[in-house]
Design a protein around this ligand. Sequence first.
Ligand SMILES: [Zn+2]
Length: 287
Amino acid sequence: MSDDANHEQREKISEPIKREVRQRCGFGCVVCGLAIIEYAHIEPYAVVREHDADNLTLLCPNHHTQFDKHMLPKDYILAKNAAPKCLDAGFHTLPLHAVPGQYPEFFLGTNKWTRSSQPLNVSGYPIITVESPAEAGGPYLISGKFFNSRGLLSAEIVRNEWFGRADEWDVLQEGNRITIRDAAGSISLRLQFRPGEGISVERLNMFVNGDRIEADEAGKVRVSSSSGFEFTLSGNTFDEVPGVATGYLGHISEQTFEHQQTPASIRQAPDFTPTNRILLHWKPPTV
Ligand SMILES: [Zn+2]
């Protein structure tokens, strides 16, 4: 019951303590696993007058309110705190709101994909896919897999629902953004959910299948393959690139790349380097 104290007189909970609580609880509500979380004092702050990590737990706004209103007993919260839902399940969750009938856009750094069913595909491995609505008038379904900088699967989107790994180093959900750090100071993913538009990957350091893809603070995307091949991308718009040949990363092979490079597929590519000739020599590794 955390909200019965005078908020004005409280000190803020320090960031290291918040992170310790997040890590201990698996980055979601200890009751339901939702990644929209608040820091709740198990013994009321008005009694303890301090922010001790051992006395803090993670609750979603719903369960936090129920706890504050004495609708959930302390023993129940203590038990959930001792065996958090996310650690049991292995992940925290977050539903993504999608606007019915509207094709979601995908942003990676300063690059944008519209009407593309596989906007991001590394080495033939689909990182992001968009499916047509399951029923007429329903929302398009976004799915995706995000690996961290060490190549571990860190989060998945399964048909508009986010699942984030409970044993990642840190996951911070703020507003409509979620940031994953796989070590101190190492952001592997910062993703913004944009209801009505789509999703935006603002920062990325992902290692998958021998390839690394990074998006820096300036929105520049750099791809480096295990074969030593590199290129960068910024400010591009890819519109209606068909099917599995979508995007610039996956399926950049002799068979498919010419098809991708048609003017209709890539409307503008001011920073598409190196040259097509070099790209044509890159063979994606076998998935
Ligand atoms: Zn909850």
